[in-house]
Design a protein around this ligand. Structure first.
Ligand code: ADP
Ligand code: MG
Length: 239
């Protein structure tokens, strides 16, 4: 399904502290497309994901998933939209230290009331798909950063989402591991026909994404602009 943000503004804080985290942002991400949003810290990247992921209601503008307009949905309905349609991948993977890789994933449908055996089978299948078949019983403390992020991606796929929102998924990884993780995100996006938004300030992975946007002071522009452009090499050879 297509993710659409139409002229979205988000103001946070109040009174003198009010800031415009998103300033008239419009964005369309089609099924099967991986887009990157690059920008410095504080530019509004996480705010963009919070609005796209039905965590925050925009101050103005519309948010749609497929044909469903979720802008004015109640808290309860937005929770349901997240559970049904959205997979989140977090900075540094955000796994629970006491749970094994398998248990991290099983937790998701447990909450949605699925049968434990079905959840276990699906979790095993997804962890195998992301290359973690040999690590099902390991806790995060015994996984590398790249392995933890693989588990994070598998967890985001548990509810068969139509949208994946990844917030700086490679920030804790070296260049090689970062490439592996973004390649995995790209593969899952294309094969599962998910609409994926990855926000990052890592410009070394941009050759792996379908389209690039830059965020600066809450404004979104197409392409890699001077605010985020470190070298010429990252502009070369899309795909
Ligand atoms: P990024 O993810 O690009 O670092 P954020 O979306 O987290 O940027 O933040 C954008 C702006 O909104 C920043 O100026 C930040 O300080 C501000 N901000 C974030 N969350 C809140 C909040 N809950 N209340 C007020 N301001 C916030
Ligand atoms: Mg952020």
């Amino acid at each position: 399904m297509t993710l659409t943000l139409d002229d979205v503004t988000l103001r946070l804080g109040d009174g003198d502290d009010e800031i415009t985290a998103l300033d008239r942002v419009s964005l369309t991400v089609a099924a099967g497309e991986l887009i990157a949003v690059v920008g410095p810290s504080g530019s509004g990247k996480s705010s963009l994901l919070a609005v796209a992921g039905a965590l925050l209601r925009p101050t103005s503008g519309r948010v749609r998933i497929g044909t469903e307009d979720i802008t004015d949905a109640s808290d309860r309905d937005r929770t349901a939209v997240r559970a049904r349609s959205i997979g989140f991948v977090f900075q540094g993977s955000n796994l629970l230290p006491s749970l094994t890789a398998l248990e991290q994933l099983q937790l998701i449908p447990d909450l949605a009331g699925q049968r434990p055996s079905a959840a276990r089978a699906r979790a095993t299948e997804l962890l195998t798909e992301v290359g973690m078949a040999e690590r099902l019983g390991r806790r995060p403390g015994r996984l590398s950063g790249g392995e933890r992020q693989r588990v994070g991606i598998a967890r985001a796929l548990m509810n068969d989402p139509s949208i994946i929102l990844a917030d700086e998924p490679t920030s804790a990884l070296d260049t090689e591991r970062s490439h592996e993780i973004v390649r995995l995100l790209a593969r899952e996006t294309h094969t599962r026909q998910v609409a994926t938004v990855m926000v990052t300030h890592d410009t070394t992975v941009l050759d792996l994404v379908d389209r690039i946007y830059t965020m600066a002071d809450g404004r979104l522009t197409v392409g890699l602009t001077s605010a985020s452009r470190p070298t010429e090499t990252s502009l070369l050879a899309p795909g």
